[in-house]
Design a protein around this ligand. Structure first.
Ligand code: KIV
Ligand code: ZN
Length: 382
């Protein structure tokens, strides 16, 4: 299928907040929700209403604050959970969704839930039916889907759809899948449950093996119409597929992935900085798209190329993302970037002074020092 519009469900405020040490207040959730709204996400999963009074307030505050994106709350199958989710969403200005999660893998059913497979099917059906009609949309997630029997997952999906689910989620909860396996799994469940073609199909991938984004893209190719992700890739354990990586992969490689999202790339930088600031989770410097070094070119050969044509070493325009390209000076830097930095600093040395300063800069940088232009010119001027 070509030109498919991919729904982006952002779960920074729910799965992202499950990162150890993060506790966002309702006001902070609202601030991030406004950034996600501006970013163009379609669904904001604002929290897990029953999990704490603070999270209930967080879901409620986000639902009352934004009107364009659908606002969702996670829920288990218990009536108490479902009622809390519905109640927290009752003040919504826009569309509402309850996202129900129930495990389908043998290990989860036996050791965590203590349920037989037929009891899981019944709970899936009953929980969806219980909230159907009380919110605009019901999403049903087969937790640990990728370690489950595809035939059983198909049976659970069918029960959820018959009861009124509008989206079905097949998460790689423990980040175990390989991209080709995940694609085959999604395709197989679709084959066994043709009813899935009547609803939205979601992928939700964790990064335990560093494959969350690759698996998400593989899931899209296999027919998923919704991807679940978080800003900066935060989330339980190693995190969830990073929104900015999925969105930019789909955009930059539109030759390979002919799908559209509603994401406005110019809002990515701001959303990333805000999430990092409010969660206290620093973004690693070499993180794709939003890391401090993602558009920094240090080696002389690269800097020379960049000064001649940005396309030599950049596949995206950082300005388009609200970010900037830098040519940091370090031991690998070349004369061209050094000259540019000197000119930008408003200095106008003679050619001899510039050559001497560059030689001194290289000596100091080689010794592992963090060299400034002042250091480089110190002895030259003396
Ligand atoms: O990873 C997971 O399975 C989840 C579900 C709640 C969708 O986060
Ligand atoms: Zn998750």
């Amino acid at each position: 299928m070509r030109n498919r519009r991919i729904t982006i469900l952002d779960t920074t405020l729910r799965d992202g907040e499950q990162s150890p040490g993060i506790a966002l207040s309702p006001d902070e959730k609202v601030e991030i929700a406004h950034a996600l709204d501006a970013l163009g996400v379609d669904v904001i999963e604002a929290g897990f209403a029953v999990s704490s009074p603070g999270d209930f307030e967080g879901v409620r505050a986000v639902a009352a604050a934004v009107s364009r994106p659908t606002v969702a709350s996670l829920s288990r199958t218990r009536h108490e959970d479902l009622d809390a989710a519905v109640e927290a969403l009752a003040v919504a200005r826009g569309r509402t969704r309850v996202h129900i999660v129930l495990a389908t893998s043998p290990i989860h059913m036996e050791f965590k839930l203590g349920l037989e497979p037929d009891e899981v099917v019944a709970q899936a059906r009953d929980s969806v039916a219980y909230v159907h009609g009380r919110v605009d949309e019901v999403e049903f997630a087969c937790e640990d889907a990728t370690r489950s029997d595809p035939a059983f997952v198909a049976e659970v999906c069918r029960a959820a759809i018959e009861a009124g689910a509008t989206t079905v989620n097949l998460p790689d909860t423990v980040g175990y899948s390989l991209p080709d396996e995940y694609a085959s799994f999604v395709a197989e469940v679709r084959r066994l449950c043709p009813e899935l073609d009547r609803v939205a199909l979601a992928v939700h991938c964790h990064d335990d093996l560093g494959l969350a984004v690759a698996n998400t893209l593989a899931g899209v190719r296999a027919g998923a119409s919704q991807v679940e992700c978080t800003v900066n890739g935060i989330g339980e354990r190693a995190g969830v597929a990073a929104l900015e990586e999925v969105a930019m992969a789909l955009r930059v490689r539109s030759d390979a992935y002919d799908y559209e999202t509603g994401i406005d790339p110019s809002r990515i930088g701001h959303a990333s900085r805000l999430v990092s600031e409010l969660t206290g989770y620093a973004v690693q410097p070499n993180k794709a798209i939003v890391g401090a070094n993602a558009f920094a070119h240090e080696a002389g050969i690269h800097q020379d190329g960049m000064l001649k044509h940005a396309g030599t070493y950049q596949i995206m325009d950082p300005e388009e993302l609200g970010l900037t390209m830098t040519l940091p000076l370090g031991k690998h830097s070349g004369r061209h970037a050094f000259r540019r930095a000197v000119t930008e600093a408003g200095m106008s040395p003679s050619e001899d002074e510039l050559a001497a300063a560059f030689a001194r800069f290289k000596l100091l940088a080689d010794a592992g020092l963090d060299v400034t232009l002042t250091d480089a010119f110190e002895e030259v001027a003396a």
